[in-house]
Design a protein around this ligand. Structure first.
Ligand code: MF3
Ligand code: CO
Ligand code: CO
Length: 255
């Protein structure tokens, strides 16, 4: 068990990887419209990452994952496999991008609306975004992992939503998923205390209905058991001496 504290040289590389991952999300945004397939989104991102960024799409072949990005639509919680699915008006989709540049990973995801989403779809999307923002706001040396989980759980449940338990944030660096696990639920004042030099994404998966999830027969796609809508946002963070830096936030972009 070891949590890597990144050196200044590693942090410089993590900044680059984080920026590249964020740039992929900005690049793909105008393509996310009714009529496009998730497979086409994957192909566009794959080509951009490999050809333009000269980087590696981390999901491809990761424990056998068959594509370069994850696309999770409506009641899909996470790890949706891009394919023939055609986006239609009213869908909500999470696009999750992880790139490897110079040996280091940057991991970020966000929600997109296809046309006009329902009131409920907007709501779960907004609540999950607020959960991430509230969690980011308290990241600094001395904050405990349980504090992070608590603010997310508290905000989700106060708004009638639920927190997925089976998947979590994670240390990140040379490896896609390092220690520690960053749970999106918990009790204040418990768990590991953050230290400057740690890097990890926070990536709450918030359901409009019940928290339980189900794994599909493809062994990747995770859906809500009750088929309720699910939304997720993710940023990779660096703990600094005075607080944090959001490595996957581009200058001028919202959190
Ligand atoms: N990007 C996801 C995360 O945030 C992990 C995807 S693993 C994959 O941790 F194999 F499905 F790509
Ligand atoms: Co991710
Ligand atoms: Co992640």
């Amino acid at each position: 068990m070891s949590i890597y504290i990144k050196t200044p040289e590693e942090i410089a590389r993590m900044r680059v990887a984080g920026r590249l991952a964020a740039e992929v999300l900005n690049m793909i945004a105008p393509h996310i419209r009714a009529g496009i397939t998730t497979g086409e989104l994957d192909r566009i991102c794959h080509n951009y990452i490999t050809d333009v960024q000269q980087a590696i799409p981390a999901p491809l072949n990761y424990h056998g994952f068959p594509k370069s990005i994850c696309t999770s639509v409506n009641h899909v919680v996470c790890h949706g496999i891009p394919g023939d699915k055609v986006l239609k008006n009213g869908d909500i989709i999470n696009v999750d991008i992880t790139v490897i540049k110079d040996g280091y990973h940057g991991d970020t995801s966000k929600m997109f609306f296809v046309g006009e989403p329902s009131v409920l779809a907007r709501r779960v999307t907004q609540v999950s975004h607020e959960c991430l923002r509230r969690a980011i706001a308290i990241v600094k040396p001395g904050t405990r992992l349980g504090d992070i989980g608590h603010v997310i759980q508290q905000h989700a449940e106060a708004n009638g939503c639920s927190v997925v338990r089976e998947y979590c944030g994670h240390g990140i660096g040379r490896q896609f998923h390092e220690e520690p696990q960053v749970l999106h639920y918990g009790r204040p004042g418990t768990g590991l205390a953050l230290e400057a030099g740690m890097t990890f994404p926070i990536e709450p998966m918030i359901n409009a209905g019940r928290a339980e999830v189900k794994l599909m027969p493809d062994k990747w796609t995770v859906i809500t058991k009750d088929r309720s809508l699910s939304a997720q946002w993710e940023h990779t963070l660096l703990v600094t001496d005075t607080g944090h830096e959001v490595l996957t936030r581009l200058p001028g972009d919202d959190l």
